[in-house]
Write a protein that binds this ligand. Structure first.
Ligand code: AMP
Length: 528
């Protein structure tokens, strides 16, 4: 463990060279990125990012951590833009595609971006924003048409402790905060995963995740490019395009959020028997399939195993820390658990007093190590309260199982851990059980304040296709069914049937919006 940690620090403590550039130079002629335009080598990436850097610098020596926001469709230009910003000494701020103008304005204003990079698709929405603020605007197409620039970063001394990236939190609970990571943080996040999941230059990963979140940026793109592997990038998620790419036969790794697996299962089920057989056979050629960023329903894990033969590796992480816990690459993956700490990540579970709790007892997850972020951008008070004695307080509650030492996530402490009748119960555990009901396609459980119980267990449910009639699921029948599966205090006492759950761009259920369904005029059935 300690030997491993020393190795991580030796690599990321360098002061003058960006470590990913040195890595890329080693893999020069290998294919780095495949997108709709074709295949691009590591040399292509070094060349294109150098041009972007030279254009951003425009004669200056170093951007000195100026923020450069960029809105570019996933593909080779996205990576060239990100690397170019870094090579110019800037802080990369990847903006979410499909955002409305005011959301983009918020990110641009909050970071105080001095320049914007966009591609043709993003220009119409960003051009007026840039003009209104007199921000320098650079179109990727113009940048890439420039003549080969003088190597832009040959004279820049980029200390690994400098700020590298700002990613916005998903904002499921409050206004998004900008999470600042340094080059050293990013390198540590990458190296931990490369080691744990045994990335190599022989790997080829399929990207179908958005590129404004740690999952796509670090776990998929950055780990691939650090390792000399190939990243095959789809512009956006499309279930049949993903299946076609898997059927193509050269993908070795796949990583996604649970909702994507649900959509892939639905597409597989709609396919002809011949295509189903072909797709299932193709899965056998992958060496690893990973799920994370939200709890993986055990029913999804089971169905995916039947379809693909793969037991999904579930891991736990967060924008602020990268990845912290993971089931093993080799060895038993425990359904419903997120495994144990990743290399060079310290994890502890603490009670409300900050003292570590014993296995079998609920506690808040705290994380420490080189992968933990530097600060919330422009929010010193939020940064201060996020740490206790050097540990980052995740706000997630978990338990370490006494029998096997694996972590089980209860959910967000203030949202998913419900206090009802003196018991603490996990919304995620109840959701997992409710998904076993024959009429339930999706569900979200929240606590609704109640004078008698403290909180009542309230469930929002989406019915399976073809069962749109609200009569097929009412509260008394759901309760009678659920009492066979769980203790009485966990059984929902409020129910609302909805057409769709409110989700954000990463597919995460927005729990405050679910809770609002029950507040708004007392929707749905309830029992006393
Ligand atoms: P984000 O910063 O958007 O990646 O969101 C991080 C949050 O997602 C964590 O604080 C957890 O609440 C949740 N999360 C991530 N992975 C898992 C997982 N495997 N199981 C349950 N919750 C997860």
């Amino acid at each position: 463990m300690w030997r491993r940690r020393r190795k991580v620090w030796r690599v990321i403590r360098g002061t003058s060279h960006l470590p990913f550039i040195a890595q890329a130079q080693r893999h020069g002629r290998q294919t780095a990125v495949v997108d709709a335009q074709g295949a691009f080598t590591y040399n292509d990436l070094l060349d294109a990012s150098s041009r972007v850097a030279a254009a951003l610098l425009a004669g200056r020596e170093d951007l000195h951590e100026e923020r450069v926001a960029f809105l570019v469709t996933p593909g080779f230009p996205w990576v060239a833009a990100q690397w170019g910003i870094w090579r110019a000494g800037g802080v990369a701020v990847p903006l979410p595609l499909n955002s409305a103008g005011p959301e983009l304005e918020y990110f641009i204003d909050d970071t105080g971006a001095s320049a914007l990079v966009w591609d043709a698709q993003a220009a119409p929405v960003l051009a007026p924003i840039a003009a209104a603020r007199s921000i320098r605007a650079l179109s990727y197409e113009q940048l890439s048409a420039l003549q080969q620039a003088e190597s832009a970063d040959s004279h820049i001394n980029i200390n690994s402790e400098r700020r590298a990236m700002i990613l916005y939190t998903s904002g499921t609970t409050s206004r998004p905060k900008g999470v600042v990571t340094t080059h050293a943080n990013i390198t540590a996040q990458i190296m931990s995963l490369v080691e744990a999941w045994e990335w190599s230059a022989n790997d080829r990963i399929l990207l179908c995740l958005p590129l404004h979140h740690v999952h796509g940026i670090i776990n998929v793109v950055s780990c691939a490019l650090w390792s000399g592997a190939t990243c095959q990038m789809l512009r956006r998620f499309d279930a049949n395009a993903v299946w076609d790419a898997i059927a193509g036969g050269s993908v070795t790794l796949f990583m996604a959020v649970p909702t994507i697996y649900v959509k892939l299962i639905a597409a597989w089920e709609k396919a002809s028997p011949e295509r189903r057989a072909l797709l299932s056979q193709a899965c056998a050629r992958l060496r690893l399939m990973v799920s994370g960023s939200a709890a993986l329903p055990v029913s999804t894990l089971r169905r995916w195993k039947e379809i693909s033969g793969h037991t999904l590796l579930e891991r736990y992480g967060m924008t602020e820390i990268g990845m912290a816990l993971s089931n093993p690459l080799r060895g038993e993956r425990v359904p419903g658990s997120v495994g144990t700490p990743l290399p060079s990540v310290d994890v502890q579970l603490v009670g409300e007093d900050g003292v570590p709790v014993a296995p079998g007892t609920l506690g808040e997850i705290e994380v420490r190590g080189p992968s933990v972020f530097l600060e919330y951008w422009g929010r010193p008070e939020a940064t201060r309260v996020a740490f206790r004695d050097g540990w980052f307080r995740t706000g997630d509650t978990a338990v370490i199982e006494s029998e096997n030492g694996v972590y089980r996530i209860f959910g967000r402490t203030n949202i998913d851990v419900l206090k009802t009748g003196g018991h603490k119960v996990s919304a995620l555990e109840i959701e997992d059980a409710l998904r076993e009901h024959p009429a339930v396609a999706e569900c979200a459980v929240v606590g609704v304040p109640d004078a008698e119980w403290g909180e009542r267990v309230a469930a929002a449910v989406v019915l399976k296709e073809g069962l749109k009639d609200g009569d097929v699921l009412d509260l008394p029948s759901l309760r009678a069914w659920a009492k066979e599966l769980m203790a009485a205090h966990k059984v929902p006492s409020r129910l609302v049937v909805v057409d769709a759950l409110p989700r954000n761009a990463m597919g995460k259920v927005m729990k405050p919006s679910v809770a609002a369904l029950f507040r708004a005029g007392g929707a749905g059935d309830s029992v006393a």
